[in-house]
Design a binder for this molecule. Sequence first.
Ligand code: TRP
Length: 334
Amino acid sequence: MLNGEKILFSAMQSTGKLTLGNYVGALKNWGKLTEEYRCFYSVADLHSITVRQDPAALRKNARDVLMTYIASGLDPKKNCIYYQSHVSAHAELAWMLDCFTYMGELNRMTQFKDKSAKHADNINAGLFTYPVLMAADILLYQADVVPVGNDQLQHLELARDIALRFNHVYGDVFTVPEPYLGKHGARIKSLQDPTQKMSKSDENPNGCIYILDDHDTIMRKCKRAITDSGSEVLYSDDKPGIKNLIDIYTSMTGKTPEEVEKEFEGKGYGEFKTAVGEAVCSELDPVRQEYERLSKDKAYVDALIKENAETARYYAEKTLRKVRKKIGFPEIVR
Ligand code: TRP
């Protein structure tokens, strides 16, 4: 709790361009949480280097993610928006928590298993301890709630276990975080393979709408989306392609699937896909325009980055001081 408000923490990796999936599943809702929680949103650039990154690309991606947060409606005066790498307490606490985490626990993480299968040539220790860094992110800010997708629930569960274990030894140090159970956006799937989630690491760029794609690109990707046999716009598990497009359309318009089925009764897939493209554009065009405006205002963005990192550091250091003392490290003489 901070001044009577519950604390919320979340983050996204800066490993590539953010997608419509990130927007619908997270960003679009994050903006609304500001009213109810004290929110910290980090750009998880430390997490990104578990996979080899080109330095210039990492720097650009991280800044793009940060500006996309703001462009999507996160007010940087009301939310603390910062780079994880700007607050060294994350890495420091992660080390300490490593010593409170068991190999067996990390071995069970399904994302570790998936990622090591995918990057068999670079199964580094960071990939293995990744969930501990994530726990450090969350526990540093004493977060009460963490909005996460299903794929991160296991990591959040581990963060809770680590917090409880630490508290058991040293008394009440960490708030034990809960998953945020409020309204979540739909899980958007790839436009080219609706059995897979729309992911920024997708190899097929046509499967993904990127938040910063221009108008024509969005329209083209929607029109080329894989659809199913038949010709009716129906919300059914037998039609994963159309179902996904309906999910996108409802996320953009606030309509229900039934209303969408009605709206497109007797109309073909082509007409529906055009409507989906237009709905996505009407939501993302302003986001891209705001991103472009921010890109041109370097001084303004730099000042926000500085200010927000200071805020993040203030709260992170506060927790870290407490942890250092509890563990028994010698006091720093200043
Ligand atoms: N690992 C998360 C992801 O890939 C990103 C992340 C890093 C995160 N630290 C976090 C999410 C802390 C929630 C809380 O999506």
